[in-house]
Design a protein. Structure first.
Length: 152
């Protein structure tokens, strides 16, 4: 029964993380697009309104959502694995990897290893989506995700 409860906790934490991503993204993504464009070329943009005007003039209203698909995918994947990993890995390291002596001498080591594991996973899985998102946001032309993968 305890194992079922643990699995249920992991699934619930993943579902909550995904719902946070899907719920907040429609409001957050336009601001992320503006910030990314501004940071990509700070000398060109003097203020917020210039960035907004240029995005709207070059890509229309949907320009504020350029890069939304890889951003949603990246954030959903991140939320699916992050919270379950944070719950599961410390106990996994404590029970299966580290000896009792090491755990007693270094009680925070399982959490440190958990953080390193999550960081390494993000480098391999999440960063390519982040690069795609930034490229789509800063691209001068409107291009679809499928065109990006065909060309790159």
């Amino acid at each position: 029964m305890e194992k079922w409860d643990r699995n249920t906790q992991l699934l619930i934490s993943a579902a909550i993380g995904v719902s946070r991503t899907i719920g907040g993204l429609p409001l957050e993504h336009p601001f992320d697009t503006i910030r990314t464009r501004w940071q990509a070329n700070p000398a060109h943009y003097q203020n917020f309104l210039i960035v907004v005007r240029e995005i709207y003039m070059s890509k229309g209203f949907l320009g504020f959502y350029s890069g939304a698909i890889p951003n949603t995918t990246r954030r959903a994947i991140k939320q699916i694995y992050r919270w379950p990993m944070m719950l599961f890995f410390p106990n996994f390291y404590r029970d299966h990897i580290l000896s009792d002596c090491i755990c007693q001498n270094y009680p925070r080591l399982p959490k440190i290893l958990t953080g390193l594991s999550i960081a390494n996973f993000e480098v391999l899985v999440i960063n390519p989506f982040e690069r795609l998102k930034v490229w789509l946001m800063t691209s001068p032309k409107r291009i679809s995700v499928f065109e990006f993968f065909r060309k790159h």
